[in-house]
Design a protein around this ligand. Sequence first.
Ligand SMILES: [Zn+2]
Length: 498
Amino acid sequence: MSASRKNYDWIIAGGTVVDGSGQPGYVADVGVVGEHIVDIGDLSGEQAARRIDATGLVVAPGFIDVHTHDDASLIIRPEMRAKLSQGVTMVICGNCGISGAPYSYVGDPPGLLRLVFKSDKFIASSLQQYMAKVSAAEPAINAAFLTGHATLRMNVMGEGEQLERAATDSEIGQMRAQLIECLEQGSLGLSTGLFYQPARAAPTQEIIEIAAPLKDFNGVYTTHMRDEADQVVESLNEAFEIGRAIDAPVIVSHHKCQGPQNFGRSVETLAMFEEARKQQQVSLDVYPYTASSTVLNEAMVHNSISTLITWCEPHPEYCARELTEIVREMGCSLTEAIERLQPAGAVYFSMDEDDVRRIMCAPGCMIGSDGLPEDEHPHPRLWGTFPRVLGKYVRELKIMSLEEGVHRMTGLSARQFGIKNRGLIEAGKFADLTIFDPRTIVDSATFEQPTTPATGIAYVIVNGKMAWENGANTNNRAGKVLRRQDLNNDLNNQSFAE
Ligand SMILES: [Zn+2]
């Protein structure tokens, strides 16, 4: 211990430090000054404004939710309870091709955008303006943003039938220029949702040409692939091809093999990741459930064992109800019922538990919730993902160690998204910390009661401020909007700040 005494703001004493690297946990005190972790070791003789007794608890880096649709939620409900209650201190937004910027039209957002943005209050013509809206709301957790290809397409090409064709060279040029502007303003990269109507007519080459600038900005390419069911192999090949063509890391979103006819195919798809990794950077994320959720889509209904309605604009009374029951009540065909319910969202029970476990344990696989905060009756992943991994999969099923589970939601995620100053418990990193009880942590949200907070999260610290304590938010809302340029400047590397 150095002779010069520091005035610590916090000492988190006696917990097991699981530092996010995947290395074995060890008992130590963690000292925080201002926004940063400054010491890890024996701090028993030191002074602190506040000391937390973490005996018997795990002290981990704050969890990073790499796959979210919290773009509007950060503004609408800045307390971010669904995330803080799980120990999440940072969310990456703008996934699946859907981002709140750049989008210049006014009026109710159309089509796919309604999954995340129910009003034009939550969209903006530039990322900078979008970030300003989020900052003004003072969210309780940190947020970073991807730029969505579907949003770019709708911004440049219009709506509806306009989108049912490949973009022209001139449109590609405009989308690329808008992506560059977003990257300059701090976007982490480009996301696509090639499965969805605004993007499905885009050929592979369109994505390659728009995404070409990512390399110069160290940006990533994340993708909700063209197909996650019968064509999952072809879709993975397309994702990897795009990554090689643009020389940028590929992150395959919420990897799954949908439909009973595809159960077990993760053996094949994960082998493809291993093969691709020999020549390019590829990784993936997953949520710990056998049901997916998105807009109501007939193809997805056909690939599911059962379907639950999560929101429905014309018939809100059908929320939380089984689609087959609704069809029976309506006395019409499935196709007609789906048409009458639109716009709507659904949960699809369409995956194999063994696939979910195999994917969760795969090299490079991060945890991302894909939670949909605007849904009336959301998929429980919104409130349960992280404690479910640590409670059900780590503690009960023992499919991986606690250290590995934490790594997949902290250090690994930070590394793959180029976040150098968070995601680990290390001197100099930002003090985003989650302190939990490894004996009790577990999700409580279910498909019936999807917004029940998880148990076992004792304290959550965001940027050195206590954000969650005694099962509730504190008054601190210390989250930051993080530009890609902000992800490097830790205490040991202050000069990098631009
Ligand atoms: Zn998606």
